[in-house]
Design a protein around this ligand. Structure first.
Ligand SMILES: *[C@@H]1O[C@H](CO)[C@@H](O)[C@H](O)[C@H]1NC(C)=O
Ligand SMILES: *[C@@H]1O[C@H](CO)[C@@H](O)[C@H](O)[C@H]1NC(C)=O
Ligand SMILES: *[C@@H]1O[C@H](CO)[C@@H](O)[C@H](O)[C@H]1NC(C)=O
Length: 836
């Protein structure tokens, strides 16, 4: 298998290079991607179609680009549509997709028109700049300083800014670092591993990066040349990210996390790029590059909802299946910097892919930086800017360092560096083993902030922190003895038809589906890892919608949150949300999806359908096949009404919720709350059905359940009905109280709000953490009733890092940041502009 993929890689490389020889003249020609049956040659198809064969698409076997003069494309479109219809008919009739027909056009398995190159990806730079305070030696911890000194001398580290690299050894806040030194002392420094930084270039002439630069892993897709040299004035981001991973141990700047590993540059962010090139970039030299570190994504403005195109999705799938000799390329993505704009990483199709390790940020004091996005797809956090400091790394220039790197852009590469060390210790780890290692060894932080759920596996998960912060030492130790996981198995439920209007306000539409042990067995799933939900919701204002998923064990994934800035009249179209919160949980039982439209206004919508997808470890690895490459639409899959029940769920009546005297609550004992150890408790209250709307199949009505008015899907606590009623009544009262408390704080907050622009919003992001303290401390998880409150902590920082103007993220303040090292090039590091 290794050999086979090696050969394909070589062939693929040739294809990609030849594709690159024709610059795509999009003004006069239209471009198409076709997936061909292996029995057909692209030149034959080109001849039949009268099109020009432009080359293979990256490493995607059988995928080729063809072009036609623009005048001829209308006919071509029609032809491709006919072909699609034909394919669908054949598929419906159960005829083998690859057909037995001799018509060469039947050898086209899939076709896709390529949109012109666009600039849709943005670097995840630090969103604001506060002046960097230089290391205060008086605040240093003597013990850690001594440890640092000793480590430097035994490792022979003399790099001039090493002592400022607090993310490696934090002498001021002991413990707030990657905990990597012990790994180096064992001689594990990244040898034999290569990381490609997919970004705006890599300064291969930097004395700090030169020793580890891997030309064979590099390519410039913006200029179509082999060297990814930074060319634009602000092509610095990629170089800084490279420094974090692979800056050499020498007399220049600092060191990378894996300072003896190789670093490659794949340059894609400095010009518009089309999906063909992006697909090629994400698989570039994927037998040489082990890890792809990606500190970019769609705009983090709280309004964008964008996923990689189908070719890029296929390339990522291809990467995990065939990259790294079949062990799988490791994709590391920065979570995104849009938390202050109400953004969430589940609205980004790169970070919410099961194939990527999504990394959020934590700052040097252990705070959640205001920019770092939360979501159910976030796996871990790693250190970055906040609380007055940044990541210190290498910059563009022969001997130039940078003290102002930050944002989730800087967190991702640190996690990538840790992966490089784990791979250096255990090269045979698969892409999923590395996700497991992160899950198993990440360290929960701020455990009393109310964001954590205790999972059935005993681990903790938080939408704000993932499984916690990366602990490199523990991760590498576990990597050494880790039993490799069996191949990935999956289960896709049928499409579950809902087709009901979403009520406005606190009520939501609930749809459920039961997973049985037989289904799991048939799907060959032994152990659950990722869960994804693909769904269609029609709505006239997308930002009003929020979606929760409740697992059989009562673990909640907030798949989407209401986004104030998202005005799109679009809803969710075949969008896939991802959650890692159910990792290791038994998937047997009832899963429910609750779609809400919390804003009572003129915008409304319909929950159309959804499907649940479970991904996990195979029972029998030998018979497990690769998942097919993703398709554009899932239309061919069966539809089902039967197992769906749609129910309107009502919140606790709010009339009784607001305490008459707002001061009342101060006298109440703070521990008057539902047990945090029972994660279903607060949920149960929400699920209490008060009205049932017509559902196609099953209409659970209050009287039809045998547990009185407590619906059968609520936990029974193993108690008698009477006790259950008592428990639930108490819960309702307790929760009502805390909701009242929440409403009170909301009202207080609304009073204090400066802007009146969004008066129709009942809930808004809470900016002042102090106001939330009593709730956070007192109610634990209860505050997280709804998506709107869930986000309350997403962008907190006790430091005023943001100005009021979120739309102008990069201001000139960075000019204050000290430039260290040889040359001086002060001003051009100042403003961090986005690419035009
Ligand atoms: C860090 O690594 C050391 C070994 O160098 C280990 O003993 C320790 O538990 C790890 N964690 C922390 C928080 O220091
Ligand atoms: C799931 O199974 C449980 C227990 O058999 C049953 O009570 C419930 O109604 C089922 N739910 C659905 C959606 O079929
Ligand atoms: C959803 O909206 C689209 C247009 O935006 C419309 O064509 C479609 O019929 C709608 N579907 C439902 C089920 O309302």
């Amino acid at each position: 298998m290794r050999i086979v993929s090696g050969i394909t890689a070589t062939l693929g490389l040739a294809g990609a290079v030849s594709a690159n020889l024709h610059p795509r003249s999009q003004e006069t020609r239209d471009f198409f991607a076709l997936h061909l049956d292996e029995t057909t040659s692209p030149s034959h198809i080109a001849q039949v179609l009268g099109a020009r064969h432009e080359g293979q698409i990256g490493q995607l076997e059988g995928h080729h680009t063809f072009s036609l003069p623009r005048e001829e494309t209308a006919q071509f479109d029609t032809l491709l549509n006919d072909l699609r219809t034909r394919r669908n008919l054949r598929r419906r009739d159960g005829i083998d997709e690859r057909g037995t027909s001799d018509d060469p056009l039947d050898k086209i398995l899939w076709s896709h028109k390529i949109a012109p190159a666009r600039q849709r990806l943005q670097k995840r730079l630090p969103p604001v700049s506060v002046p960097y305070k230089s290391l205060d030696k008086r605040k240093e911890n003597a013990q850690v300083v001594a440890f640092q000194k000793e480590a430097m001398s035994s490792l022979g580290i003399t790099d001039p800014i090493f002592r400022e690299q607090w993310h490696l050894i934090n002498t001021v806040q002991p413990g707030h670092d990657l905990n990597v030194t012990g790994v180096w002392l064992e001689g594990i420094t990244g040898k034999g591993v290569a990381t490609a930084v997919v970004d705006d270039g890599l300064d291969m002439d930097s004395d700090d990066l030169k020793p580890n630069y891997l030309p064979e892993g590099s390519w410039d897709f913006n200029e179509n040349v082999p060297e990814p040299r930074p060319l634009l004035l602000d092509d610095k981001h990629g170089t800084r990210c490279c420094g974090e991973i692979g800056a050499a141990k020498n007399d220049v700047c600092g060191v990378g996390v894996a300072y003896d590993s190789k670093i490659a540059g794949i340059r894609i962010l400095s010009k518009p790029i089309d999906d063909v090139d992006e697909a090629a970039a994400i698989n570039w030299a994927y037998q040489k590059n082990d890890i792809y570190s990606c500190s970019w994504g769609p705009n983090d403005d709280g309004a964008t909802m964008d996923a990689p195109g189908i070719l890029i999705k296929r390339a990522m799938t291809n990467g995990v299946q065939n990259g790294r000799g079949g062990r799988g390329s490791v994709y590391v993505f920065a979570a995104g910097n849009g938390a202050a704009s109400g953004d969430n990483c589940n609205f980004d199709g790169y970070t919410n892919s099961i194939y990527s390790i999504t990394v959020g940020a934590i700052d040097r004091e252990g705070n959640h930086p205001a920019y770092s996005e939360s979501c159910s797809a976030q796996l871990v956090v790693a250190y970055s800017s906040g609380s007055g400091d940044y990541i210190h790394t290498t910059d563009v220039g022969a001997n130039k360092c940078f003290s102002g790197h930050g944002g989730t852009s800087a967190a991702g590469p640190l996690a990538a560096g840790s992966v490089a060390l784990a791979l250096s210790a255990r090269p045979e780890l698969t892409w999923r083993d590395l996700q497991y290692l992160m899950v198993e060894t990440a360290v929960p932080v701020s455990e009393d902030d109310g964001s954590w759920q205790v999972l059935p596996s005993g681990r903790k998960f938080s939408h704000d922190w993932g499984f916690g912060k990366v602990d490199t030492y523990t991760m590498v130790q576990l990597a050494k003895t880790w039993d490799l996981v069996k191949p990935q198995a999956w289960l896709h439920t049928p499409w579950l038809r809902v087709h009901q209007d979403i009520p406005q306000g606190d009520r939501g539409l609930l749809s459920r589906y039961n997973i049985t042990a037989d289904q799991l067995k048939a799907a060959n799933i032994a152990k659950l890892e990722h869960v994804t939900v693909t769904m269609n919701v029609n709505h006239t204002r997308r930002g009003d919608i929020s979606v929760e998923m409740h697992s059989p064990a009562g673990i909640i994934s907030y798949l989407s949150i209401a986004r104030e800035k998202d005005e799109a009249a679009a809803g969710y179209e075949d969008w896939t949300f991802m959650s890692v919160a159910h990792w290791g949980e038994s998937p047997i039982g009832e899963w429910s999806i609750i779609v809400k439209d919390t804003n009572v206004n003129d915008y409304s919508g319909t929950f159309i359908d959804w499907r649940l997808n479970l991904w996990g470890e195979a029972i029998d690895g030998a018979k497990q096949k690769f998942h097919p490459l993703p398709d554009e639409h899932d239309d061919d899959h069966p539809y089902e009404d039967a197992p769906v029940a749609t129910t309107s769920i009502a919140p606790v009546p709010t009339k009784t919720a607001a305490p008459a005297n707002p001061d009342d609550h101060h006298d109440r004992p703070v521990n008057a709350k539902p047990s945090v150890s029972n994660p279903t408790a607060p949920v149960a209250d929400e699920k209490k059905p008060t009205s049932t709307t017509g559902s196609e199949a099953e209409t659970p009505s209050p009287s039809s359940t045998d547990s009185g008015y407590i619906s059968s899907y609520l936990p029974t606590f193993g108690a008698s009905k009477r006790t259950q009623i008592w428990i639930y009544a108490s819960l309702v009262m307790i929760i009502t109280f805390f909701i009242g408390l929440g409403v009170y704080f909301q009202l207080q907050r609304v009073k204090r709000r400066r802007t009146t622009a969004h008066d129709d919003y009942e809930f808004e992001m809470i900016e002042d953490e102090d106001e939330m303290q009593p709730m956070a401390g007192a109610s634990g998880r209860t505050q997280r009733r709804g998506g709107e409150l869930y986000n309350a902590f997403a962008g907190e920082s006790d430091e005023e890092m943001f100005s009021d103007d979120d739309d102008e993220p990069y201001r000139d303040g960075l000019a204050n940041i000290q430039e260290k090292g040889g040359e001086d090039e002060a001003s051009d590091d100042g403003p961090h502009r986005e690419k035009p």
